[in-house]
Design a protein around this ligand. Structure first.
Ligand code: DX5
Ligand code: ZN
Length: 226
C-alpha cells in the first residue's frame, strides 16, 4: 500500500454520529486516515468503543485507520487493533509497561507503530526510543474529549522531538491531535507536524470536503515556509 503524502489530514470519528457511522465514514473519503479514538474510562475519563466496533469501522471505512488508544494496559490490547488491519496503532507512553517491545510487536503484525505523549509528558522521555516508532503523536489538548482548545505551549516539545528525530536519522511522522482548526494548524505545521488530526473542525463543517482541503492547504503553506 502506498502511503499518503504530507500534509496528512486525519479526521477524528469521535466527532462523527456514532449511530450513522457508515455515512459519516463515507463523508471523509477525501482525507488520508480515519482517526479512531479508543477510550476506556480509565486512562481518560471517557468511553468510546473497542475491538468489535473498530473491526466494523475497518471493514466500512473508505480510507485506512489511524487508531489512537487512550487506554490502560496497551501492552495487552494494542496488538488486536493491528491484527484487525489498522494501518497505524498509537498507544500512550504514560500507559505502556514496555513501549519498545509493544512497538516491535505492532510492526511485526504489519501496522505502523505510534507513540503518544500527553501535554504534561516531556519529549525527552522518548528520545532514546525514537527509532522504534513510525509516528509520534504530540497531544495538543488533554486527551479525553473533542472540541477543546489547542495548547500552544506544547509546540516547543514538538520542535524538540522533530529536531531529535532528524538528528538520529529517523523518518517518523509527527502528528498533532486536539484543537486543530483553520486557526491553529499553521502553528503546528510550522513546528514540524506533518499529520493533523481534526475532529470538530471537520465534522462540524457544512462542507466536509472543503474543510479537509482547507486544512491541508493551510498546513502545506506553513510547512513550505520551514
Ligand atoms: C481527544 C482525541 C482527539 C479528538 C480531537 O482526546 O484524541 O482525537 O477527537 O477533537 P478536536 O479536533 O475536536 O479537538
Ligand atoms: Zn485522538
Amino acid at each position: 500500500m502506498s502511503l499518503p503524502h504530507a500534509p496528512r489530514i486525519n479526521p477524528s470519528i469521535l466527532s462523527a454520529d456514532f449511530v450513522n457511522m457508515q455515512a459519516d465514514l463515507a463523508r471523509i473519503a477525501a482525507a488520508d486516515f480515519a482517526h479512531v479514538d479508543v477510550m476506556d474510562n480509565h486512562f481518560v475519563p471517557n468511553l468510546t468503543f473497542g475491538l468489535q466496533m473498530v473491526e466494523r469501522v475497518q471493514a466500512t471505512s473508505p480510507i485506512p485507520l489511524d487508531v489512537h488508544l487512550m487506554i490502560d494496559d496497551p501492552d495487552r490490547w494494542a496488538p488486536g487493533y493491528a491484527e484487525l488491519g489498522a494501518a497505524s496503532v498509537t498507544f500512550h507512553l504514560e500507559a505502556a509497561a514496555d513501549p519498545v517491545a509493544l512497538a516491535r510487536r505492532l510492526r511485526d503484525i504489519g501496522a505502523r507503530a505510534g507513540i503518544a505523549l500527553k501535554p504534561g509528558t516531556a519529549g525527552e522521555e522518548l528520545y532514546d526510543m525514537l527509532g522504534e516508532f513510525d509516528q509520534v503523536l504530540v497531544m495538543t489538548v488533554e486527551p479525553g474529549f473533542g472540541g477543546q482548545s489547542f495548547m500552544p505551549e506544547t509546540m516547543p516539545k514538538l520542535r524538540g522531538l522533530v529536531a531529535e528525530a532528524r538528528r538520529r536519522g529517523t523518518d517518523a511522522w509527527f502528528q498533532v491531535d486536539g484543537g486543530i482548526s483553520d486557526d491553529t494548524i499553521a502553528q503546528a505545521a510550522a513546528a514540524g507536524a506533518d499529520t493533523f488530526v481534526a475532529g470538530s473542525a471537520v465534522y462540524g463543517a457544512d462542507n466536509i470536503e472543503a474543510a479537509i482541503e482547507g486544512l491541508r492547504d493551510r498546513a502545506r503553506a506553513a510547512s513550505l515556509e520551514l
